[in-house]
Design a protein around this ligand. Structure first.
Ligand SMILES: Cc1ncc(COP(=O)(O)O)c(C=O)c1O
Length: 416
């Protein structure tokens, strides 16, 4: 089913020459060394694209892969409860499949809460994890049966006490996101001593101080960062225990990576790091452990099919070609900001001679350049009208797409 194909041109796809999961062409730097197991082109998507009629650009998500990623994480860390971060991709088919496999849901807004409820998710399996909420949205969530809320400030705590009396609350602490390609530092969380004061205050305000959360930064390539953060959470637990508060839950957030430009550690490495850290910092304790993966669950399960609009030169000293696609920063690829997330790109000319390019989107904003500094190379045969596949684009793409910038429709998506 097409999620948002409004106004987009439908195209019949023939991509017979696409390499399989394991066959990224060596001539294309951005696609080299694709491991068979993660981040390659899913055989189901490759098969689907041979005959599908889709607008361009369009995200195709293999929901079986979403389920597999969920299972891999749940198996690697069975002691934790998975709260899928809905913001990564809230497509109905994804939420339904995950709900069916036992996932709970981390939500950022009343809109995301309603998406889950509409699909029959029990509100007891929903966490309102945004630390920045309108009081009326807290009240609405509470009225719908949601009873688990995040906060990181006294002001938010007071809103929670007023609008969700008796709710379980957890405090997000500031942690280092070094090693993350999409850091979430500074904006969220508070310093550890403040978190301790606020958790005591939560009890005094009639809330249930339930636990501590953090996020080590998205696309976190260093699993040792979890040890540092879990160590800080352990200190909070011990220090509030002196005030007769027995916290129950540690929420270790997301950060588990997709496979973009280079290999990343395995999910079992992250699970092992989290398990060891909890043993070390919470000796002999039984805890509710929550993980909130977004990118890991859906990123590698999605592929955007897009089209080359123009290949040109600028003259002067820079010999690079400019390749303009029909998708850019404003229609789903915002995480190319500062060239932070570097997607791999396949073309039907892969295997032939390739040369450096600047890659840009189609809009009239000069910020709409995807990669200028990173060393992207694409086949010299590439021309307007050719289709390209942008791999591992299942997370943080559709939801970031503008609705009509330059009159272009939002990124279409289909789940198979
Ligand atoms: C509170 C919270 N939890 C989980 C996530 C998901 O993180 P990731 O996609 O890195 O797994 C995010 C991402 O922004 C978040 O803000």
């Amino acid at each position: 089913m097409l999620a948002s194909a409004r106004g987009a041109r439908a195209r019949k796809i023939r991509f017979d020459s696409l390499p399989g999961t394991n066959e990224a062409p060596a001539t294309t730097a951005a696609t080299a060394n694709t491991p068979a197991e993660r981040g390659g082109l899913s055989p189901r998507i490759a098969e689907y694209l041979k005959t599908a009629t889709l607008p361009s650009p369009c995200l195709v998500v293999d929901v079986d892969l979403v389920a597999r990623n969920y299972d891999d994480l749940a198996t690697a860390l069975p002691e934790a409860q998975v709260f899928y971060a809905v913001k990564a991709n809230p497509a109905d088919q994804i939420l339904s499949r995950l709900a069916g496999r036992g996932s709970s849901f981390d939500t950022a807004s009343i809109g995301e809460i309603d998406m889950c409820l509409r699909l029959g998710v029990d509100p007891a399996r929903i966490s309102f994890g945004n630390t920045i909420k309108k009081q009326r949205d807290i009240a609405a969530a509470h009225a719908r049966g949601v009873s688990l809320f995040a906060f990181d400030s006294e002001e938010e705590l007071r809103k929670l006490a007023d609008a969700a009396p008796g709710a379980r609350v957890f405090c997000r602490i500031l942690v280092d996101s070094e090693g993350a390609e999409w850091p979430l530092s500074r904006k969220f969380g508070c310093e550890r001593p403040m978190a301790e004061d606020l958790l005591v205050q939560a009890r005094d305000l009639g809330l249930v101080p339930w636990g501590v959360s953090f996020h080590v930064g998205s696309q976190q390539t260093r699993h040792d960062q979890f040890d540092v953060a879990i160590g800080q959470a352990g200190e909070v637990f011990r220090n509030v225990a002196a005030h007769d508060i027995d916290l129950q839950m540690i929420n270790v957030g997301g950060g588990f990576p997709s496979r973009y430009h280079s290999d990343v550690p395995k999910i079992s490495d992250y699970a092992g790091a989290i398990r060891n850290a909890i043993r070390r910092h919470f000796p002999g304790r039984t805890l509710d452990i929550i993980v909130e993966p977004g990118r890991y669950i859906v990123g590698d399960a999605g592929v955007i099919q897009a089209e080359v609009v123009l290949v040109s030169h600028k003259g002067g000293n820079d010999p690079r070609r400019w390749v303009y696609l029909d998708i850019g920063k404003f229609h789903g690829l915002i995480e190319t900001m500062d060239e932070a997330i570097r997607y791999r790109i396949l073309t039907s000319h892969d295997g032939s001679e390739a040369a450096p390019v600047v890659l840009a989107g189609p809009t009239c904003d000069s910020a709409d350049i995807l990669y200028e500094k990173a060393d992207y190379r694409l086949p010299t045969a590439l021309k307007a009208g050719d289709r390209v596949l942008i791999l591992s684009t299942g997370a943080y793409t559709t939801t970031y797409s503008s609705i009509a910038f330059n009159g272009l429709p939002p990124l279409a998506s289909v789940c198979i």
